[in-house]
Structures are given as structure tokens and as C-alpha cells.
Ligand binder design. Structure first.
Ligand code: S3P
Length: 442
């Protein structure tokens, strides 16, 4: 449990957030499937990414952790064995709290010449897996839910011949897309995944750098395709992971909540498929500027945020929905908290996916904000936040959801009295040093 008080002064200074979680997972996975070594710097050493490392170690991949002798930079080295180098493991692979590990690994395991089983913690065992079982089955894989409830544990029978498919995913999901593409690396024909809007495309960018023949095509209406021609071997490479914009989001919001604040958040990934929070907050009047932009590979920049009074559009309201949602899906709990402190109504819609994250983030955000005194309603696909009512500190039940713990830690900065984050250790999932980094600014 951690207790926090209302901010007593503006937040000022530089912040370094840890490496991007999505990119860190992929660097281990693709490094394992590549020939030769992959050296990763900026890797996020959080529980989720360590679950990915653990799974690949069980599958026979050597992964070392060292300091670069030249500059002392922590480096992860993955000794890849190529697409066909994984070895049979007798134990069930355990993915902890990580949906990305569970879904992407299943795509890889579906193509192996051995049987396997995969599961995770209580939250993982409630999350929907039919969304990957269905396309993998169409490819010729044999993946089933052990309990028959469409959730993990998943049982994967190996030795299947996989075929390329054209798959139209009704929701924009990078986990589903990446799972299919990873199985597609082993298929006998092209795989195309269509989505209503482009979900985060870290897999496509990184697989291309590793040597795969893969690219995105975006139609005029914003719908997107990821197109993979299999057959190219992957080659080990050097990867420098940028800071995670999902972690930066907490400090961006903090600066916009505490009058007089100015924060410079350094070296953050600004891939367009992840930057919805910047676009939307700027439309609300936030003073956010990018410095030192580097566009090569995964783009990155320093983000400078100055406290600004936010405003709605017409009728003192602001609507967030449609194609912006996939580009800021993990930041919506933080945006909801920020919206509670603004003097207008915010409507979040088209975000039913929030219900199937680490917790049901519509219910858990609405319950905790209500407990803090906010006027907020849950809807079928989002929430309506009537901002401007004063917030007060209370006990926050995070349901072991890391993004809830961090969003409500930031809420405390604008709340009268004491806010207690009851199960604060869950920040280890994506940002182990979060509370230390926050305390430094208080
Ligand atoms: C992720 C994709 C998103 C996101 C998750 C990480 C990824 O999930 O919410 O935190 O690394 O591919 P969905 O694919 O379910 O939208």
C-alpha cells in the first residue's frame, strides 16, 4: 500500500521513462527466431517482459544480461537459433500477467514440431483467446482452450502444416495481428491481416528490420492491412528500445493537472500508432511540444509538457472515439482521470476493448473515480466523465491492474486528502520504478 497527498508545488524537471513494453517483448521473440545474436539496449526489465524471457529460455534460447564493457549500458543478448531452433519443453509456459506474451507466443508455438501448453495468472485466464484460436485454426493450427471457455490455459498441438490466410479482424488489435503474422512466418503462402484501423505496428517495423518481407498498407478510409510473404530468414541485429509512451502518459497527465508544472520526458517512442494521447490532449489545448525528434526505425523524441488549462470542443464537451482509440487504448484510464479534473464533459466511446484488458477498465476506472467524488457514468463502449467536481483522496482498489495503480497515483496529485493505492506492487508489470520516479518530482 502506498499513500499519496495532493501536490503542494508544481512538478518540474526531466523524467526518463523505462523502455517500451511492446517493443521489448518483440525484441526477445524475434531475436529468438533469428539466426545469430540480437543485442538489446533500453530493454524494459519489468515482470511482463521477464515472462517473455523466461518462456524463451524454457524453449532452449540462451538470453544473457550484461553491462556493455565500453559504456556500462545494460544489454540483453539473445542467442537466436533461427525459425526452426526452438526445443520442446515439458513444462507449461507461464506468461504471468502478460497478454502480449500469451497471444504472440501462441502464434509461434502453433507452428512448432512439438506440443505445448501456455497459461498465465488469474487475469490472463479470464482474457479472451478465441480471437487468436479462430484465425490460427483457419491457418491449420491445432490450438484449444483447456477448460473449453475460450481462455487460457491453451493446449497447442504441434506438427501442423500452416497455410497463409487473409484475415479480417473486426477490432484493431496488435496482439491478434502479431500472433497471426508470427504463425504466418511458418506458413506455405502469404498472410494478410486486415484491421478497421492500424493497430500498433511494432511487429511489422521490427520484423522488416530483421529481414522479413512484410509491410503495411493503409486505405483512404484508414483501414489497414499487414502483408507478409514468408520464406525469408530473420537475422540477429542491434535494437535500442525507446521509452514507453504509455509510461510517459502518467507524467504528461501529471504536468497538465498541477498548475505551474513543466516536465521534459526524454527519449519517448512516438510511433504514430501509439501517439493518440498527444493528438487528443493537444486538441484539448495542452501545451505539448516534441524536441530532438529522431524518425529512423521506431521514431522517438523528448516530450516537453507545460501545465495548461484544458478545454472541450463545442458545448463544453470533448469526444474521444473511432480511429483514435487504438492509438491510445492503454492510456484511456489516465485520460479519464485527467478528464475528471477538467471543466468539461469528456465522452470516451468505441472503446469496448477496455473491458478485456488486465481488468475491466470501464468498471474499475468508473468505480475508483466515483469513489474519489467524480461524476462519471459507464457506457457499453466507454464512459462519460462530467469533469470539474473536486476530487478527494480515498482507497484505490487497482484489481492488480498496473495502469489503474499508476493512473490513480496521479489522480492523488489533484485530490484533497490522502489517496491510498492498495496493491501498488502491480506497477512491476510495466514500470517497476514508477513510485520512485514520481516521488522525485514531489
Ligand atoms: C499490445 C497491444 C494492445 C495493448 C497491449 C499491448 C501489444 O493490446 O493494449 O497493452 O504489445 O501488442 P490489444 O492487441 O489487445 O489491443
Amino acid at each position: 500500500m502506498i499513500s499519496l497527498e495532493k501536490a503542494s508545488h508544481p512538478l518540474k524537471g526531466d523524467v526518463f521513462v523505462p523502455g517500451d513494453k511492446s517493443i521489448s517483448h518483440r525484441s526477445i521473440m524475434f531475436g529468438a527466431l533469428a539466426e545469430g545474436t540480437t543485442e538489446i539496449t533500453g530493454f524494459l526489465e519489468s515482470a511482463d517482459c521477464l515472462s517473455t524471457i523466461d518462456c524463451f529460455r524454457k524453449l532452449g534460447i540462451i538470453i544473457d544480461h550484461s553491462m556493455r564493457p565500453t559504456n556500462g549500458v545494460p544489454t540483453i543478448t539473445v542467442h537466436g537459433k533461427g525459425l526452426h531452433g526452438l526445443t520442446d519443453t515439458s513444462s507449461t509456459l507461464y506468461t504471468g500477467n502478460s497478454g502480449t506474451t500469451t497471444r504472440l507466443m501462441t502464434g509461434i508455438l502453433a507452428a512448432q514440431p512439438f506440443d505445448s501448453a501456455i497459461t498465465g495468472d488469474n487475469s490472463i485466464e479470464k482474457r479472451p483467446m478465441n480471437r487468436i484460436i479462430k484465425p490460427l485454426t483457419q491457418m491449420g493450427a491445432d490450438v484449444s482452450s483447456m477448460m473449453g471457455n475460450g481462455c487460457a490455459p491453451l493446449i497447442i498441438k504441434g506438427r501442423r502444416k500452416l497455410h497463409g490466410i487473409n484475415y479480417r479482424n473486426p477490432v484493431a488489435s496488435a496482439q491478434v495481428k502479431s500472433c497471426i503474422l508470427l504463425a504466418g512466418l511458418y506458413a506455405d503462402g502469404d498472410t494478410v491481416v486486415y484491421e478497421p484501423a492500424l493497430s500498433r505496428n511494432h511487429s511489422e517495423i521490427m520484423l522488416q528490420s530483421f529481414g522479413a518481407d512484410i509491410h503495411n498498407e493503409i486505405a483512404r478510409d484508414g483501414s489497414a492491412a499487414a502483408i507478409l510473404h514468408p520464406g525469408m530468414p530473420l537475422h540477429g541485429m542491434k535494437i535500442n528500445v525507446p521509452g514507453d509512451i504509455s509510461s510517459a502518459a502518467y507524467f504528461i497527465a501529471a504536468a497538465l493537472m498541477v498548475p505551474g508544472s513543466e516536465l521534459l520526458i526524454r527519449n519517448v517512442g512516438i510511433n504514430k500508432t501509439r501517439c493518440g494521447i498527444l493528438t487528443v490532449l493537444k486538441q484539448m489545448g495542452a501545451d505539448i511540444t516534441l524536441q530532438n525528434v529522431n524518425e529512423s526505425g521506431e521514431p522517438r523524441a523528448d516530450i516537453f509538457v507545460k501545465y495548461s488549462e484544458l478545454h472541450g470542443n463545442q458545448n463544453n464537451r470533448f469526444e474521444i472515439g473511432g480511429k483514435d482509440i487504438p492509438t491510445m487504448i492503454d492510456e484511456l484510464p489516465m485520460v479519464a482521470v485527467l478528464a475528471a479534473t477538467a471543466n468539461f464533459d469528456t465522452i470516451i466511446k468505441d472503446a469496448a476493448e477496455l473491458k478485456v484488458k488486465e481488468s475491466d477498465r470501464i468498471a474499475t476506472v468508473v468505480d475508483n473515480l466515483t469513489a474519489m467524488g467524480c461524476d462519471i457514468e459507464a457506457t457499453d463502449d466507454g464512459m462519460i466523465i462530467h469533469g470539474g467536481k473536486p476530487l478527494h483522496g480515498t482507497d484505490i482498489n487497482t484489481h492488480n491492474d498496473h495502469r489503474l495503480a499508476m493512473s490513480f497515483a496521479i489522480a492523488s496529485l489533484a485530490a484533497e486528502g490522502t489517496t491510498r493505492i492498495l496493491d501498488d506492487a502491480c506497477v512491476n508489470i510495466s514500470y517497476p520504478s514508477f513510485f520512485t520516479d514520481l516521488q522525485r518530482l514531489l
